[in-house]
Design a binder for this molecule. Structure first.
Ligand SMILES: [Zn+2]
Ligand SMILES: [Zn+2]
Length: 170
């Protein structure tokens, strides 16, 4: 793909749901959101990926964070989808680039506001909703061994390192 800049920065969008995060809204860096990364992996059964690439978002919206972390803690919460948005390297900026195609500016505020359209592209496949074959997963019964070990501070550093690998590995 050419190195031309995209219309929008990848980090203007949520890695998990792909929705545009308004400039004034809070976004959470995945790199430092260890619990969120753990919850993501537990819920969707795949690790957070591509955090070393410019063509995937590196942040999450507050809605996804609240939902996933709440579910992980055992609260009655679930995501709207069983499979999150999946990111791949775009082939070009015109037909296959989420960050050039999604246009949050088109939206007017107010009652008749048209929702932002989020395409399903080769480089960015849309989330897939829960259904009978894709039920909401059971939250972990208790915190995993991994999480418990983090409570002792001498192991904390190793754990953070490990998670960093999870979050950045392809
Ligand atoms: Zn682009
Ligand atoms: Zn989100």
């Amino acid at each position: 793909m050419s190195s031309r800049k995209c219309k929008y920065d990848a980090d203007a969008f949520c890695y998990i749901c792909g929705q545009f995060i308004k400039v004034r809204d809070v976004k959470y860096e995945l790199k430092t959101s260890y619990v969120l990364c753990e919850a993501y992996e537990a819920y969707f059964d795949c690790p957070v990926r591509h955090q070393d690439k410019p063509w995937a978002p590196h942040v999450a919206c507050s809605y996804c964070k609240r939902c996933l972390e709440g579910w992980y803690r055992g609260e009655k919460r679930s995501m709207k989808f069983a499979i999150p948005r999946i990111w791949r390297e775009p082939k070009d900026h015109v037909n296959d680039c989420y960050f050039c195609i999604v246009n949050p500016r088109k939206r007017r505020s107010g009652k008749n506001a048209k929702p932002i359209e989020y395409p399903d592209l080769e480089s960015s496949s849309a989330p897939i909703a829960h259904d009978l074959t894709r039920p909401v997963p059971e939250p972990p019964k208790k915190l995993s061994q991994k999480s418990c070990s983090s409570l002792s501070s001498n192991k904390k550093a190793t754990r953070l390192l490990k998670l960093d690998v999870i979050c950045t590995k392809q």
